[in-house]
Structures are given as structure tokens and as C-alpha cells.
Design a protein around this ligand. Structure first.
Ligand code: PMV
Length: 360
């Protein structure tokens, strides 16, 4: 297994003057949530996510060798137009990853990025955005070091993405991705995401995620602040231990396909995440009244029909509705009939489990 030191490269064997790469990277939805971190983007607990398929960032990286090599040099375009307010985040990312990609100051970069999901939908683009950028930088590093193995390529890409935004490390490769060291998951690491290494039951094949856009506004509390509030949080230690336990349960559930047990773990994780927010100091609530309306409607529908549909939440008011492919017609009808009224402008996005980043 690679360690951080393995990602500091030796001298490169090749050179390249200019060119461009393009990658798409998907968003992901955590089943066991990452909430709380140590220094250097090390997670306080392990997490696991489904990689999404349709919600993604597409980023083209142009690069050109330059004379002055004292600072980073890049232009940032979002949907074809310069976007100054994204630049500080990229600048910080470059500073963090420079020791692992020592060539960064030797080039001028043009980063041209767009999302497939609507702008300001409340869907976090940091996971897909940072992953897409990390993939492009790895393509460039591969040109400088053509001997690089595929394993190294993907694990370092995930390692770099993590330094941009923690959950981004789960958007690189695989349907089901674990990030954070967990005793019973071989190869799991705090430094990068890895594909879940054990059996996954047919029930989870093409698992569906319909994202209900409840509130598209800017979040009142960023996840950076939220993570930080887990320091000195009264329930933190117990919560971190629970994440390990829930991952243990998911190992069994992924193997036997028991959807009833799956639902219990996933919904409990979502509500626990928000319970941590409500019990932080200062405390805060990211759910909206319509978030609760949707949760209650899902519970009622599930009770009445026995259809194994459940919800999860990320750090916001939107609801991810998760269900197996074989009930998708009935669940979509239910969503249209009973849940769309709770969505802002009736908006929702149909997605499903996907494979990870793709070179374009
Ligand atoms: O990657 P960040 O720092 O934006 O944190 C993401 C946190 C959650 O989405 C709430 C949970 C997760 O594991 O993705």
C-alpha cells in the first residue's frame, strides 16, 4: 500500500512543453458519513459512498511551459467564462499539492470547467471539481513519468483530490468507495479512497439516487466549519466509533443484499450527521421543513408498500432518495405524485451508481 511519502516523486524522466487533457469526475453520495477531520485532511472516521453517474464536473486542463517559475500561474474558466471567485480555492489546492507535483510552477494552466448539474442547485461541486482537476494533473505527471503504474496513478489522484476536498477522494474510481482506515476493510486508508474490496450483491447493481432539490440557496454553515465543530464535540468519540461499526455492518449487507438492514444503516447515518450539527456549539440546522416532509412521506410510502426506498442527506437540505433498480418505475411515480411538491421549483435530478472518473 502507498504512503504519503511514495507520492513525492523522484526526478522525472520525460518532458512536455504544452498540451491539454480533459477528464470528467462524478459526485458521490456517502452512506457512512465523513464528518470531522484531523490536520492535513485526515478523516476522523472512515466513510463509504456510492459513486454517482450523471452529476459530474468536466474539466479541461491546458498547460504551457513558462519562463517565470516563482509562483503558480493559471486562468480559471467556469462554463467558458472567467470566474475569479473560484481562484483562491484553486490557489490553496495548488499550494497543498505542490510537494507532490513539483512541476506545477513550471507551467501556465488554463482550467476550463463545467458541471452537468444546474448551477447553484445546492449540489456540492467540490467533490467532483477537485477530483476532475486531480485527474488532469495526474495525466500531466504521467507524461513526465511514463513508467507510472495504473495503481499509482489512481491512488495518487485520489490522494491529491483529498487535499482539495475530503470527499473528493471518493470520486476517482469504482462504484463503491471506502475512505479512511477501517480494521476489517483490507487496504483502506486515511490518505485516499479505495474501491470496496469485497462482494457486492446484485441488489445494489445500478442502485438509483434521485436527488430532490429542496433548497438551492447558499448553505449557512460550510462543511469546513462543520468539520471543525467536531473538535471538542460532546458526542464526537462515540460518533467516530459508530462509523466503524456501521461500516462493519455494511460489509455484511453488501454481501447478503439485505435491503432492510441497508436502510437502517443509511437513514441512521443521515440523521446522525444532522444530529451532530444540531449538537455542535454553536449549533445549527441545515434541514428545511420540506426535508422533513419528504422524510415522513418516504417512511409512510415504505410502510404502506414495503418497497425498499430510503433517504440520505449530505450537508444541506436536499434529499437523496435511494432505491434498487427493479422498483424504479414505482418509486419515480411516487416521487412525481408526492415528493416533487416539496422541491424548489419542482426540481429533481435522476442519478444512479456509476464508475468514477473518465478521460475524455
Ligand atoms: O468533502 P467535504 O469537506 O465537503 O465534506 C463532505 C461531508 C459530507 O458530505 C456531509 C459527508 C460525506 O462523507 O460526503
Amino acid at each position: 500500500m502507498f504512503t504519503a511519502a511514495d507520492f513525492i516523486p523522484n526526478k522525472y524522466t520525460s518532458t512536455i512543453e504544452n498540451g491539454n487533457f480533459e477528464w470528467s469526475a462524478p459526485s458521490n453520495i456517502a452512506l457512512v458519513k465523513y464528518w470531522g477531520k484531523k490536520d492535513n485532511q485526515i478523516p476522523a472516521n472512515p466513510s463509504v459512498s456510492f459513486t454517482l453517474n450523471n452529476c459530474k464536473t468536466i474539466t479541461k486542463l491546458g498547460f504551457e511551459k513558462r519562463e517565470n517559475q516563482n509562483s503558480f500561474s493559471f486562468d480559471l474558466l467556469f462554463e467558458g467564462k472567467p470566474k475569479e471567485d473560484f481562484k483562491p480555492k484553486i490557489q490553496k489546492f495548488l499550494e497543498r499539492i505542490e510537494i507532490y507535483l513539483p512541476f506545477l510552477k513550471e507551467y501556465h494552466f488554463t482550467i476550463d470547467t463545467q458541471n452537468t448539474f444546474p448551477h447553484s442547485s445546492g449540489i456540492a461541486s467540490s467533490a467532483s471539481g477537485m477530483a476532475a482537476l486531480a485527474m488532469n494533473f495526474m495525466s500531466l505527471e504521467k507524461k513526465l513519468n511514463p513508467e507510472m503504474t495504473e495503481d499509482y496513478f489512481y491512488q495518487k489522484a485520489s490522494f491529491l483530490a483529498r487535499l482539495g476536498s475530503g470527499s473528493a477522494c471518493r470520486s476517482v474510481k469504482g462504484n463503491v468507495v471506502v475512505w479512511g482506515n477501517q480494521a476489517n476493510i483490507e487496504g483502506s486508508s486515511d490518505f485516499f479512497g479505495v474501491e470496496f474490496p469485497y462482494a457486492i450483491h446484485e441488489n445494489f447493481k445500478n442502485y438509483q439516487d434521485t436527488i430532490l432539490l429542496v433548497d438551492k440557496g447558499e448553505k449557512q454553515v460550510s462543511s469546513t466549519v462543520g468539520h471543525d465543530l467536531m473538535h471538542n464535540h460532546p458526542y464526537a468519540e462515540r460518533r467516530f466509533a459508530q462509523a466503524h461499526e456501521n461500516l462493519d455492518q455494511l460489509i455484511t449487507i453488501f454481501e447478503n443484499g439485505n435491503l432492510e438492514d441497508f436502510i437502517k444503516v443509511v437513514e441512521s447515518e443521515a440523521l446522525t450527521l444532522h444530529a451532530m450539527m444540531m449538537t455542535s456549539m454553536p449549533y445549527f440546522i441545515l434541514m428545511k421543513p420540506n426535508t422533513l416532509q419528504i422524510i415522513n412521506a418516504i417512511w409512510k410510502f415504505r410502510n404502506e408498500t414495503q418497497i425498499p426506498v430510503c433517504f440520505t442527506l449530505d450537508a444541506g437540505a436536499n434529499v437523496h432518495v435511494l432505491y434498487p433498480e427493479n422498483v424504479s418505475a414505482k418509486v419515480l411515480q411516487f416521487i412525481k405524485d408526492e415528493l416533487v411538491v416539496f422541491c424548489q421549483n419542482g426540481q429533481y435530478i435522476c442519478d444512479q451508481i456509476g464508475e468514477g472518473s473518465i478521460a475524455l
